[in-house]
Design a protein around this ligand. Structure first.
Ligand code: BG6
Length: 487
């Protein structure tokens, strides 16, 4: 028997973005605010997240403000007005696939309307048509860290079961509308991290005292998202035969900090809390180990009689993941910087790895390990839909951006991904985060750049918005043209 020596021929090379980080036009053509557009930018010099500012006061203040400067996700990189130019640049690199998300609040501005906003639907028609013109396959996220703020204010978002019907009215609308244009879909971006914070449960956490109360709220909200995701999968298969629905996991690869069995057990526990999400969405049922976790944390998930059947009947077609870093886990309670990014309270620095300026540990081999782990566990097609490195880019004296650090990061990850393919992993494609500079999710900075294309815009929202290819642009073009042979 033989094994694959490289990537399959129809491999989906491309890049990924999200509505609230690129579009701008937050109050144009009928659109209203989404949760993401109510998150303030990080204070100067603060590289950590500001995601948890979820008090009713802060949300009300945001809703009453029309400042783009304070809330940078309202301006994004102005893709709304630059999409033709941007897609042409991606086509020039030879993109086979481009991942965007639909802003739910562009289609149902408050979230609870019964008829959609036609102008919002028309925008994505134009975007998908533009992609099709260049044979670029759209990959579409239905909810990327956001929902209409109207639903947050009305019933605290996913804290309420009502969100399921509002979400599935939205998904049915877009499946019907784009049925001839979009084949690859996914429901919730990074469902394991997106379930926390106020885009998921409104300001409710603010009133809770204990960690267990917060966990109860989050896991209940998550349950509603699981059910909504399965119902959307059912709809998709009925409305667009042959279309594929994915779940999306922020894969937090972790290693035991030492071979002390106590560290190994803790690493396994932490790892299961990451894999739990895909256990439900791929296998269609809550795994046994969560029973103990729920009991020990005083969590009871309220379910309707047929929720479990719905999960079992409509699992996803593929598993997509983001991969940025790995962590190491120790049995001791620690408070290490990496915990900020990984969400792992037991994370410690791995002395074998370097970090990005934002403290994310760079670990290309971790991607191979992640892919093999997921393939071994699920035997379902995998799709890397985010991978990349945030960096401070400088325009050199010759007027160009020489981003060799970005090339090295991506090259090393693609090499390891190729190893995983040789190991037998069935991989659908590779999308970098993000092909064009955009507003960072965790810090809302423009200066945390990921793109092959530079966008002239700074952290205060000043700039011409002009687009310019960096060195990595030409490098990635060559990678795609050679199907990953010429790295
Ligand atoms: C992923 C998210 O977690 O990481 C993206 O899906 C995000 O929305 C990306 O932008 C990079 O993170 P950040 O915080 O550097 O923008």
């Amino acid at each position: 028997t033989d094994y694959p020596k490289t990537f399959p021929e129809n491999f989906l090379w491309g890049g990924a973005t999200a509505a609230s980080q690129i579009e701008g036009a937050w109050n144009i053509d009928g659109k209203k605010l989404s949760g993401a557009e109510c998150i303030k930018g990080a204070k100067k010099g603060n590289i950590n997240s500001t995601l948890d500012d979820a008090t009713l006061r802060s949300i009300t203040e945001a809703v009453n403000s029309d400042s783009e400067k304070e809330y940078p996700k309202r301006h994004g990189n102005d893709f709304y007005h630059h999409y033709k130019e941007d897609i042409r640049l991606l086509a020039d690199m030879g993109f086979k696939a481009f991942r965007i998300s639909i802003a739910w609040s562009r289609i149902f501005p408050n979230g609870d309307e019964l008829t959609p906003n036609e102008k919002g639907l028309e925008f994505y028609d134009r975007v998908f048509d533009e992609m099709r013109k260049y044979n670029i396959e759209p990959v579409v996220t239905l909810s990327h860290y956001e929902m209409p703020i109207g639903l947050t204010l009305k019933y605290n978002g996913w804290a309420s079961r009502q969100a399921i019907s509002d979400f599935t009215r939205y998904t049915e609308t877009v499946f019907r509308r784009y049925k001839d244009k979009v084949k690859y879909w996914m429901t919730f971006n990074e469902i394991n991290t997106g379930t926390t914070g106020f885009h998921a449960t409104g300001a409710l956490e603010d009133g809770l005292k204990t960690e267990n109360e917060k966990l109860q709220l989050r896991y209940q909200a998550l349950h509603y998202q699981f059910v909504a995701s399965s119902l959307a999968t059912k709809q998709l298969h009925e409305i667009i035969p042959g279309a594929k629905m994915g779940c999306m996991l922020a894969r937090m690869q972790t290693y035991p900090a030492t071979c002390n069995p106590a560290d190994v057990v803790m690493a396994q526990k932490v790892d299961r809390l990451n894999l739990f999400f895909t256990d439900v969405q791929v296998c269609g049922e809550y795994p046994e180990y969560m029973n103990r976790y729920f009991a020990e944390h005083n969590i009871t998930i309220k379910m309707l009689a047929n929720d479990q059947q719905i999960l079992k009947k409509y699992p996803v077609d593929y598993l997509s993941l983001s991969y940025y870093m790995s962590s190491a886990t120790t049995a001791k309670e620690v408070n290490d910087l990496t915990a900020e990014a990984t969400g792992n309270q037991h994370a410690v620095r791995n002395k074998y790895l370097k970090t990005t300026p934002w403290g994310w540990q760079i670990d290309p081999q971790g991607l191979r390990i992640a892919l093999n782990t997921l393939w071994d566990r699920y035997r379902t097609p995998l799709f890397v839909v985010e991978n990349g490195m945030g960096s401070y880019d400088k325009i050199s004296e010759d007027g160009k951006v020489h981003d060799d650090y970005r090339i090295s990061y991506l090259r090393a990850h693609i090499e390891q991904m190729k190893e995983a393919v040789k190991d037998g992993v069935q991989l659908m494609g590779y999308l970098t985060w993000a092909p064009i500079d955009l507003v960072s999710f965790s810090t809302s900075q423009m200066s945390k750049r990921y793109g092959f294309v530079y966008v002239d815009l700074d952290d205060d929202g000043n700039g011409t918005l002009e687009r310019m290819p960096k060195d990595s642009f030409y490098w990635y073009k060559k990678v795609i043209a050679t199907n990953g042979e010429n790295l």
